[in-house]
Design a protein around this ligand. Structure first.
Ligand code: ADP
Length: 743
């Protein structure tokens, strides 16, 4: 009975250790040395228990000997394995480590000696089949091996105890020591009892089992103190400040972290009584969603904070949901910040708008007096017969034009800077644009005695889609600079083109001059605003340093580029590249047919005469009225001037006018309102009249606004007499028009 019980117990030990081995294999990290050792240790221990348990119930010596020799494999393997484990944990290095491990491996040559049948004597005892080793050199060797192994392990444990700085290492050392003591006690039952005439009890087998169990505990303890995801996740969970809630599959809140208790100002138990809908104001069931993640924004009912709530499904191995992780980000601050920023943005927009209005007003205020200066001056030029005074007047005209260009630049620049500049693409004639440019530049070039050449391939497609005004502005800027900064020689504009896909035309305009050139180190600065280079050479030349920075920014808006090559003292080439869409392939032909006309000073002559035309001019500024009247005097039209919108309404009640020139900015009733009233008036005799707005507001984009408001056309101040005549001609019926005056 005792034997059966003993066998069953030892057999159970084998089963338990095999199970442990299985668990370690399943759960442990198979790449980790200590996990592998623990697995092997459990297997060896199970092996030992299994075969030594079987030995107990044998009646025949032969089978007992065979089973024992099999069991001894487990004994030696376990010794080697435990030696490795303890050496690893103790941290012993170098020769000592090599000696300890090397000595354990001596078990292999020792094994055949310990299983030789002639070296062992079996006997049946009250604890079942037992055995003793016969005395001889082999039994001495085995005893010596056992003792040295025990001392080695003891040494490792003591070393570990001494070296350990942390409490957990000391605890491990004590555990290991306890294992050694248990094995020692067990083997005393095996070896010492027969010496005093008692039956040998299989203490070693039971002792090794207890020791292996203790080692397994030590292994678990060691694993718990290691850095790995499994261990650390709970520390992470509890230490994150963000509230984290774990819901089970029935959507019941089960676990909360410290962040959540702080956030809700409740203890964990109270928190777990709440559902997600009781924590957040949610319009829909937050757990019903496709995919594995859902994110909603909601206000917390407990503390009214605005939160971003992310809900993740947690799945089992079969992809069934086992619960939900709900992570809460308090975004109250962010939302408030965004609101504040939005307010700031609105305020900035308003300020920007105010800036726009200010610029429009500025433009108006400055243009109005220039209009007077230029208009009056134009009158002098037209009417003066004396050459010296004419020359003075022409100087005034040049200076006014420069002043006007400067104001335009400042306005354009502010517009670009505030992002209000838009590219307006329309079909235009490249030929007409280049001719206008040539006309504009040729006078300046001639005045300086420079040759101006435009080289344009005759087969260049003529009708293109693009922002003509801005392309012209870019080229005019570069050409004017070339003329400004060239003392003698020539300025040449060379156009070249390349056809691209989808009827795109890559246009290149190269402006080459034989001017003062730019030092290489200054080329990089050319496009900086308000920056002028080569100060010594150019101090006498007017300029604001804005032109090229406008060119650069405009080209960026039109996805074009500008490149500069220059040799100081010899000249420069500014190359502009732009892509425009071809509307019509019709070739541009030769530009130069009409060039001859432009040379020489021409006396003014009106473009038409229309004595039957009645024109009403409305402006609150008397000088402006005089200017318009003076500019149109030679056309012999019948011109009536009034000083306000109100007077205008009165005038149209009395008389039928063909054209009304209406100032936009007037006190009391402005141009827009006057126009509105004109249209609504039942007794308006000038209902058919074309209403042309006169304005000093020259900000880009204004033209579209005026046309939208119902004006027939737009002309900006300072009024250019020729342009005004050209515009008016469009609205004069053929029968009233006498073009004779043109010649
Ligand atoms: P500015 O009103 O001074 O002409 P820009 O921005 O048009 O301003 O030009 C910046 C500077 O670049 C000028 O001051 C001049 O020093 C230099 N620059 C521009 N074009 C030329 C050129 N064709 N030859 C020599 N220098 C030039």
């Amino acid at each position: 009975m005792v034997v059966e019980l003993l066998f069953l117990s030892i057999y159970s030990c084998a089963v338990i250790t095999f199970c442990i081995g299985f668990i370690v294999w399943q759960k442990g990290n198979r790449k980790n040395l200590i996990d592998r050792l623990c697995f092997v240790m459990a297997l060896c221990s199970g092996w030992w228990s299994l075969f030594f348990g079987l030995v107990l119930v044998q009646t025949e010596e032969k089978t007992a000997a065979l089973l024992r020799s099999l069991g001894m494999i487990g004994v030696f393997a376990l010794i080697i394995c435990i030696t490795y484990m303890m050496a690893y944990w103790s941290g012993v290095q170098g020769k000592t480590r090599r000696f300890v491990i090397g000595f354990a491996w001596l078990g292999i040559p020792l094994y055949p000696l310990t299983v030789q049948k002639s070296h062992i004597a079996f006997e049946m005892t009250s604890y079942g089949m037992s055995y003793q080793m016969n005395s001889g050199i082999w039994s001495l060797a085995y005893a010596f091996y056992d003792v040295v192994i025990a001392l080695n392990l003891l040494m490792l444990v003591l070393y570990m105890r001494r070296k350990s700085t942390r409490r957990r290492e000391k605890v491990m050392a004590y555990n290991l020591l306890a294992c050694l003591v248990i094995v020692g006690l067990g083997s005393i039952l095996d070896t010492v009892m027969p010496l005093v005439g008692l039956a040998a009890f299989p203490g070693s087998t039971i002792g090794q089992f207890i020791a292996v169990m203790a080692l397994y505990q030590t292994y678990l303890f060691y694993k718990r103190s290691q850095m790995n995801l499994e261990n650390m996740s709970q520390f992470v969970y509890y230490s994150v400040d963000e509230p984290v809630f774990l819901f089970d599959e029935t959507e019941k809140l089960c676990i909360v972290n410290n962040g959540a208790t702080v956030f809700l100002e409740m203890d964990a138990e109270e928190c777990c009584r709440l559902s997600l809908q009781q924590i957040f104001e949610l319009s829909r069931d937050p757990f019903r969603f496709q995919g594995s993640k859902n994110r909603v924004e909601a206000r917390c009912i407990q503390n009214h904070n605005i939160c971003s709530v992310s809900i993740d499904k947690i799945y089992d191995d079969y992809h069934d949901v086992i619960g939900y992780i709900v992570i809460v980000h308090d975004i109250t601050e962010r939302v408030h910040m965004t609101e504040r920023l939005e307010q700031e943005r609105k305020r900035a927009d308003k300020a920007n708008e105010a800036k726009g209005v200010f610029l429009a007003n500025m433009s108006h205020e400055i243009r109005t007096p220039i209009n007077a200066v230029m208009g009056m001056n134009e009158m002098i030029i037209r009417e003066c017969e004396e050459d010296t005074i004419l020359e003075y007047a022409q100087n005034i005209r040049d200076a006014s034009k420069t002043l006007l260009a400067l104001i335009n630049d400042i306005l354009d620049f502010s517009k670009i800077e505030s992002g209000m500049m838009e590219v307006v693409e329309e079909a235009y004639s490249l030929r007409a644009m280049l001719k206008a440019l040539e006309k504009e530049c040729s006078m300046r070039a001639e005045a300086k005695g420079l040759a101006l050449r435009f080289i344009v391939p005759a087969d260049t497609p003529n009708v293109l889609l693009g922002d003509e005004v801005r392309v012209r502005q870019v080229l005019l800027n570069i050409l004017t600079n070339a003329i400004k900064y060239t003392i003698k020689g020539s300025v040449t504009l060379t156009v070249s083109y390349e056809r691209k896909e989808n009827r795109q035309l890559q246009l290149t305009f190269a402006v080459t001059d034989t001017g003062i050139g730019i030092k290489e180190e200054n080329i990089g600065r050319l496009f900086d605003k308000f920056d002028r280079v080569n100060e010594e050479q150019i101090h006498a030349i007017e300029g604001s340093g804005l032109g090229l920075s406008i060119v650069d920014r405009l080209l960026k808006l039109m996805h074009g580029t500008v490149k500069v090559e220059s040799t100081f003292g010899e000249g420069s080439t500014f190359t502009v590249s732009l892509t425009q869409q071809i509307i019509e392939d019709q070739p541009i032909g030769s530009l130069h047919e009409e060039r001859k006309e432009q040379g020489g000073r021409k006396r003014y002559a009106p473009q038409f005469i229309a004595p039957r035309m009645k024109v009403l001019v409305v402006d609150d500024n008397k000088v402006n009225l005089t200017v318009v009247k003076g500019l149109l005097r030679k056309t012999r039209m019948q011109i009536t001037c009034v000083l306000s919108g109100k007077e205008c309404l009165e005038a149209v009640r009395q008389e039928e006018y063909h054209i009304i020139l209406l100032d936009y900015m007037m006190p009391e009733m402005d141009g827009a309102e006057t126009l509105q009233r004109l249209k609504e008036m039942p007794d308006n005799k000038s209902r058919e009249a074309a209403v042309i707005v006169l304005t000093a507001n020259a900000m880009a984009g204004m033209k579209e606004m005026y046309l939208e408001q119902g004006f027939d056309a737009y002309i900006s101040k300072p009024i250019d007499g020729t342009a005004l005549e050209r515009l008016l001609m469009e609205y004069i019926p053929e029968e009233y028009l006498n073009r004779e005056a043109e010649e």
